[in-house]
Design a protein around this ligand. Structure first.
Ligand SMILES: [Zn+2]
Ligand SMILES: [Zn+2]
Length: 356
């Protein structure tokens, strides 16, 4: 079958790989859609964003990763011991499984589990010639990682469930409440999905900042009350203007911007969440945390938040179509990665690969 294989840093290829086997408990899913995540572009460049954001560690990637953790499809077959009722169902693939035994899993914080196995990320596939992922014609996956899609949610729309789960968790980490204001930094997929998530929670004012005009236009179509071009010395003044002259109750930084740029915009008692931690040191005056301001990070999502993401699509509270700016067949994956990796020129927000 055809698959998008990251053979090593910078070495991405569309290859014919052996058909996956279907071990006990597994299903084989025919991929219909798989989004390209910003993290896929970082894996391509040799980074390991999951290890950095969750473990705070630099970890090398294994070779031969079939990328893709934002996949949907149709179940083609199941192992003899698995429930045959799955066959023919339209499904989303939950992209990770956790151990269920560590202190994080046992305390309902499975997003912090260090023993995570990842679809399309390379973690936890020690004995396999390929680390399987969604950017392939067929994907082997444990049936308990499958989520049947409601009738009203198409496979294309459902391909955003992974970043939508990330947005649900990130917005939750900011603690933004009904009537409050949220500043979202970055109009990438998670940033623009955070807009309807926060509005669904009753946020009264959601403002998005980005360097790219076309991405900001998408943020507006996703429901942002106001958008800001994040350049120029007057950025902080314009950001306050966009919130009626006030500081923000919460800030969700999806891009890892310099702390000194946005932390001064946080209201007393508010929380700023960074979704992209960095290796570089960043000195900042601790007085920016005066007044019980909180600075923290956000990792992936909890499984109950994935269910919330499904409900947000099903109810129509989140319409992801404005953010799906580009679609390519799996066979044109390398071109799709060029577009996704050069968002400034392409204006891409979400690039989705399509299967059969
Ligand atoms: Zn991702
Ligand atoms: Zn665990």
């Amino acid at each position: 079958m055809k698959a998008v294989v990251l053979r090593g840093p910078g070495d991405l290829a569309l290859l014919d790989v052996p058909e996956p086997s279907c071990p006990p408990g597994h299903a084989i899913v025919r991929m219909t859609h798989c989004g390209i995540c910003g993290s896929d572009v970082r894996y391509l460049h040799g980074d390991n964003p999951w290890a950095k954001q969750t473990l705070g560690e630099k970890r090398p990637n294994p070779s031969n990763i079939i990328l893709g953790h934002e996949a949907t499809g149709v179940v083609e077959r199941v192992a003899p011991d698995a429930d045959p009722a799955w066959i023919g169902k339209r499904v989303a693939l939950i992209a990770f499984g956790t151990c269920g035994e560590c202190e994080y899993c046992r305390s309902g914080r499975e997003q912090l589990c260090p023993n995570t196995q990842h679809l399309g990320h390379g973690a936890g596939w020690a004995d396999s010639p390929y680390c399987y992922g969604g950017m392939a014609e067929r994907v082997p996956i444990l049936t308990n990682w499958l989520r049947e899609l409601p009738d009203s949610v198409g496979n294309l729309e459902a391909s955003v469930l992974d970043p939508l789960g990330v947005a649900v968790h990130g917005v939750g980490r900011t603690g933004v409440r009904a009537g409050q204001s949220l500043l979202v930094v970055g109009a990438g997929p998670v940033g623009v999905l955070a807009v309807p998530v926060a509005r669904h929670r009753g946020a009264a004012r959601v403002v998005v900042a980005d360097l790219n005009d076309s991405a900001l236009a998408v943020a507006q179509r996703m429901g942002a009350h106001s958008v800001l071009l994040a350049t120029g010395g007057d950025l902080q003044a314009r950001a306050r203007d966009a919130n009626g002259g006030r500081l923000y109750d919460a800030i969700l930084d999806t891009v890892g911007a310099p702390l000194g740029l946005y932390l001064p915009l946080l209201e007393r008692g508010g929380t700023m969440v960074t979704m992209t931690v960095r290796d570089t040191e960043e000195p900042f005056p601790t007085k920016l945390l005066a007044g019980e301001r909180t600075l923290t990070s956000s990792c992936n999502f909890r499984f109950d938040e994935y269910e919330e993401a499904v409900r947000l699509l099903e109810s129509g509270a989140v319409d992801p179509l404005p953010m799906i700016t580009h679609r390519y067949p799996l066979t044109e994956a390398l071109e799709a990665f060029r577009v996704a990796g050069n968002k400034d020129a392409s204006g891409a927000v979400k690039v989705v690969l399509t299967g059969s």
